[in-house]
Ligand binder design. Sequence first.
Ligand SMILES: Nc1nc2c(ncn2[C@@H]2O[C@H](COP(=O)(O)OP(=O)(O)OP(=O)(O)O)[C@@H](O)[C@H]2O)c(=O)[nH]1
Length: 390
Amino acid sequence: MTLHEPTLFVLLLIGYAMLGLQLVTASRRLFGGDALRRWGWGNALMLAGYLFLLADLVTPWSLWVVASNTLIVLGEFVFVAALQRFVDERPAPRLLTLGGVVCALSLTPLMLLPTPTRMALMSLIAAAPLAWAGWVVWRRRRRIERSLWPVGAILALAAATLLVRCVHAVIEPAAYADLTQHNPVQTLVALAAYVALLGAGFGFVLACTERATRSFERQASHDHLTGALNRQAGGPLLEQALLRARRDRSSLAFVLIDLDRFKQVNDEHGHVFGDEVLRRFAQMVRQRLRASDLFVRLGGEEFALVLPGSDAAGALGVVDQLRADSRALDLRTEAGRCCMLSFSAGIALSAAGRRGAEALYRAADDALYRAKRAGRDQAVLAGGDETIPA
Ligand SMILES: Nc1nc2c(ncn2[C@@H]2O[C@H](COP(=O)(O)OP(=O)(O)OP(=O)(O)O)[C@@H](O)[C@H]2O)c(=O)[nH]1
């Protein structure tokens, strides 16, 4: 099979046009639409660049070459900026914008150089943003959507192909004296551009979908105000933790936490401040817990902790720490008024997972009730008379 370069080129143009059109039109309704729109703009710039290249075939003129390569390089930088913004979830670094402008501007003086030297340098410039994209994905590979892995790999591969052309132009300049002549490395670059367009473009769209799915899953299982698990998600996870405790013959502690006199906080400082208190409290709890612990918002100002592998001393220790952390929270209203936060807790234990979820809840609830009755700001251990008073 031989590759017909003009056909490949036309396919490339159609590909950019179709993908760009779909991204720009669909991005309004899609989650991550902002990132997709930016990717779409990168597509549009690349498409314009390739169209100018086509004009150069009809009426050879260095202006077309400069315009097309500038647009292609700018398009690449727009892609990479969109990718980096998506990965880091903040605007791309200034260095990238600066790099884009410098690379695009440096193309014009290259026109004064002989074609092989120009091709070598242009290849280097075009490879730079693609290699950067590969590095951005590699750097965050453990945290990002899996669909981005092939995107990074494909863009890095395209960068490698451009580097091959750079080396080829240096060691075999004659092959670049007349660019209308067949050159297998040029065909390879065109193929790499095509693969990068399709592979990276669709991979990026899939990554947006993956992120949307993750976000919906999180919304379904987490409380939006505090970020804690919600009751629906907490129940099955408690059952699983109990099963594990049964299998490992380990102890599990279940703690019910209820903020003290929270109605007063709302009444005195307003509901918005009350929300802020709940958020800060939840943040503080999360910082203290282990990765295997569960933190659930049962509703209002009531929370539950599931502490696998914790016995009475361990659970009392955690609650004691949390009570100290709550007292240390610097909660101030907009007017600068200080608000002290305390909570009461009821602790129930399941030795070797023998006590089921319902029994645990009832025991912890009863202990919590006793803590409130005893004056609040303390923890009560169910089945014992251990309390941690203020
Ligand atoms: N700001 C805010 N307040 C909430 C939220 N959910 C529940 N509340 C408030 O939490 C308060 C709970 O009040 P109560 O059940 O009387 O309990 P309390 O004032 O904490 O008193 P004790 O539990 O007996 O110490 C109510 O005023 C609810 O309106 C929320 O999401 N945000």
